[in-house]
Design a protein around this ligand. Structure first.
Ligand code: PLP
Length: 352
């Protein structure tokens, strides 16, 4: 492991597989599809492991991610977001010929008209989910009649196929009080499922009703009207999710090298804000009693409560937000025990 040049992202393969299995088993036991979110790892090898474990498809957030997945051979890809720019829509339509199923979200009439026109020009029948705003206030139609009215417009488009509903309860996933999380997620899902029921009442079938994240997979995933869930972070975990979800094991960390001892238990290491993100708080020292006090661009300043370190020693750091930290790296070192087994690519750049 010492041959790795730090700062480096290191993944424990066995722990990753345990997390993937736990989620896959949950899906099988509760008869809900797992459509893991690619935004967490952006890594085709991990997406393939998730598919092999039984995932119904992979969720993407950007056109770049969708392209990487389809070109990487993933057979069902849901872009759980809207594409507004023509150039991106055309790139998405090109994917419809390659993958067996690609799905896009839509929530506005102007966008719907443009999608229909461009799909017609490309000779493609574009499959869409109508996104419903179930409380996150980020995207989506209003639940109930507004969404139903919009679905009817979708059904009237000759080049668009209505496949179902998308609703993400992002305002619930990180609530620390389990009861509050449960209540908030249930209320959000009732808005999504209530819309589905209104559609069923007028004989409009939703093949897919998708939502959920790592913080709510076991709540939303037990709702019998939800067909699939989209958890991302569970594969790696981080300080933010570990505080509320103990069943998944942290499988990813950043390795750094001690540059200097500053006395009184204080040290400087070589991973700064360009190697670790902090929007969810300071990352955590692993295997050491101490804390990260500050991050500069290329430096960690840490303090040990016990023990000592020497310049050249390696430390392991648990990210506070795995998804945004991974996005800072081109590769992840995949470890088995103390050995590096493989190096996997992170598709953070535009796939061309
Ligand atoms: C559309 C969508 N689905 C699911 C998730 C869940 O991701 P995670 O499990 O990392 O919280 C997110 C998170 O941003 C999301 O935006």
């Amino acid at each position: 492991m010492n041959e790795i040049v730090t700062p480096a992202l290191v993944l424990d393969l066995e722990l990753l597989k345990q997390n993937i299995k736990l989620m896959a088993d949950f899906g099988r036991k509760n008869h809900v599809g797992i459509r893991p979110h690619f935004k967490t790892h952006k890594c085709l090898e991990i997406a393939s492991l998730q598919m092999k474990a039984g995932a119904v498809g992979i969720t993407a957030q950007t056109i770049d991610e969708a392209e990487a997945l389809v070109k990487g051979g993933i057979k069902s890809v849901l872009l759980a977001n809207q594409l507004i720019e023509q150039a991106k829509i055309k790139r998405f339509l090109n994917l419809c010929d390659i993958a067996s199923e690609v799905l896009l979200c839509v929530d506005s009439e102007n966008n719907l008209r443009l999608l229909d026109k461009l799909a017609g020009a490309a000779g493609v029948k574009l499959k869409v989910l109508v996104e419903v705003d179930i409380g996150l206030n980020r995207a989506g139609r209003k639940p109930g009649e507004d969404a139903v009215h919009f679905v009817k417009k979708v059904l009237a488009c000759p080049n668009i196929e209505f496949k179902g509903l998308q609703g993400y309860e992002g305002h619930a996933v990180l609530l620390s009080d389990p009861e509050e999380r449960k209540k908030t997620a249930a209320a959000a899902m009732e808005l999504l499922v209530g819309t589905k029921r209104l559609l069923s009442g007028i004989n409009i079938k939703c093949g897919i009703v998708s939502g959920g994240g790592t913080g709510t997979y076991d709540l939303t995933g037990r709702n019998s009207d939800i067909t699939d869930i989209q958890p991302g972070s569970y594969v790696f975990m981080d300080t933010k999710y570990l505080a509320i979800k103990k069943e998944f094991i942290p499988s990813l960390c950043v390795h750094a090298t001690i540059l200097a001892s500053r006395g009184k238990g204080e040290y400087t290491a070589d991973a700064g804000r360009k190697a670790l993100t902090t929007e969810n708080g300071m990352p955590l020292l692993l295997d050491k009693t101490g804390s990260i006090e500050n991050l500069n661009e290329e430096h960690t300043r840490l303090k040990l409560a016990q023990g000592s370190l020497m310049p050249g020693d390696r430390i392991k750091i648990l990210p506070s937000h795995c998804c945004t930290t991974v996005n800072l790296y081109d590769n992840v070192y995949v470890s088995g025990g103390e050995q590096v087994r493989e190096i996997w690519k992170i598709n953070r750049q535009r796939a061309v």
